[in-house]
Design a protein around this ligand. Structure first.
Ligand code: NI
Length: 187
């Protein structure tokens, strides 16, 4: 277990398409250590989530959620602690439905790889996500709102996307200390 350095925007390792974990990689010492390091690093930095590429590991592994409220995102619903490997996201028209218009919503996001900044980022309102936990057991979840936003943000790291690449209105992009002086600065 270790707290790892978090790569910052500008590092080309954040722009790669991460590799899927191969079937023999599940429930392995290497994967358990990676998950442990991701969780330790996320908790230490008060992150809502963390993706393996953010600590320089080129694999499709993300962790997100917490049992307690997150000081970087006060007043947001709790997202259950989750380890998600080889994820697939499907946008939904409404919870549990496909087909038709895919509603989006705007909300503020930050990122441990883009410290000190926040922006309004459009995300799908409703998604289904599938994948596996670190033991290889399947995950299949349908979520909305902040939970859906966190999943989309973390999985974007696996496709080499950082949230500023999703921003459409750059008048809604600024320093956290100016926009939200009540939020504790990133550690
Ligand atoms: Ni991020």
């Amino acid at each position: 277990m270790a707290i790892r350095d978090i790569l910052k925007m500008g590092d080309p390792r954040l722009l790669r398409m991460a590799k899927p974990v191969p079937s023999e990689g599940f429930d392995s010492d290497v994967l358990h250590l990676l998950v442990s390091d991701l969780l330790d690093t996320m908790v230490c930095a008060n992150g809502a989530g963390l993706a393996a590429p953010q600590i320089g590991v080129d694999l499709q592994v993300v962790v997100f959620g917490s049992r307690d409220a997150n000081p970087r995102y006060p007043n947001r619903p709790l997202v259950p602690p989750t380890v998600l490997v080889n994820p697939v996201i499907t946008p939904l028209t409404r919870a549990g439905e496909t087909g038709g218009d895919l509603p989006e919503e705007l909300d503020w996001e930050g990122c441990l790889s883009v410290p000190g900044l926040r922006a309004q980022v459009p995300r799908w309102s409703h998604i289904r996500y599938t994948g596996f936990d670190q033991y290889g057991d399947p995950i299949d979840s349908t979520v909305s709102g902040f939970h859906a936003r966190v999943v989309q943000h973390e999985c974007d790291h696996l496709w080499g996307k950082l949230y500023p690449m999703r921003v459409r209105d750059f008048s809604q992009f600024g320093y956290t200390e100016v926009l939200f002086p009540e939020i504790a600065p990133c550690k």
